[in-house]
Write a protein that binds this ligand. Sequence first.
Ligand SMILES: Nc1ncnc2c1ncn2[C@H]1C[C@H](O)[C@@H](COP(=O)(O)OP(=O)(O)OP(=O)(O)O)O1
Ligand SMILES: Nc1nc2c(ncn2[C@@H]2O[C@H](COP(=O)(O)OP(=O)(O)O)[C@@H](O)[C@H]2O)c(=O)[nH]1
Length: 226
Amino acid sequence: MSKLFRAVIMGPPGSGKGTISERIAHSFGLKHLSSGDFVRENIAAKTEAGVQAKTYIKKGLLVPDHVMTRLLLPRLEEMTKYSWLLDGFPRTLAQAKALNSACDLDVAINLNIPLETLKERLRHRWIHPPSGRVYNMCFNPPRVQGIDDITGDPLIQQEDDRPEALVARLRHYKDVAKPVTDFYKAKGILYTFSDTETDRIWPNISTLLNTKIPTIQSDARCASTH
Ligand SMILES: Nc1ncnc2c1ncn2[C@H]1C[C@H](O)[C@@H](COP(=O)(O)OP(=O)(O)OP(=O)(O)O)O1
Ligand SMILES: Nc1nc2c(ncn2[C@@H]2O[C@H](COP(=O)(O)OP(=O)(O)O)[C@@H](O)[C@H]2O)c(=O)[nH]1
């Protein structure tokens, strides 16, 4: 059987998961699967899981594990031929266990970013909700202030990116993420990166993936010749 590369990226809100996932997808040709994008697609398509998910998101809550796994695992089954990087899932130990029974992960990337940095970044985060595109007024500003580069739609700031809401979100993140990072640590696949700048973290992630990905893909090439 051919061996593909499977990774997850974890970190608190604003830690750079989306930004780094895009770089990984671009540099290593992996598919970037974002749980937030899946949720938004399901809400737009009014699937059963999407309708359920919307009731929680409207209240500013995370989508419950059983809804989330029902929404996500079938999408992963469609990806069996591809190497992928999953961003935003798992967020809880129950999700990590569900994912573990569906596939074997090679790497779990964990972003560890100081609280002050997260607050500062999210203060400047603007998003285009229909596409999930994310901007930062300092780090990667749109071409025209307040306007999405591709569609020309107005950008918005999320309510829960406000500093007051953020502290509660981060506390909650820490509580639920610790068992997940412990789970991956015990499996020997956890790689933690700590810094205040994505541009300083990126070379280290790139080096790690360079050591992991070629080996796996050469296995896949051998397997496919037999
Ligand atoms: N793994 C998950 N478990 C539960 N709910 C989820 C999960 N992934 C996404 N959601 C739901 C709740 C989120 O508020 C919504 C949008 O997700 P996402 O785009 O990852 O944005 P976010 O604002 O929560 O994350 P971040 O600030 O870390 O980028 O979808
Ligand atoms: N100033 C600064 N902003 C960054 C850096 N890395 C990412 N960002 C911005 O910080 C915000 C959060 O990043 P994002 O990738 O959305 O993080 P996620 O919530 O973990 O997916 C976005 O507005 C990014 O453009 C960085 O190194 N410096």
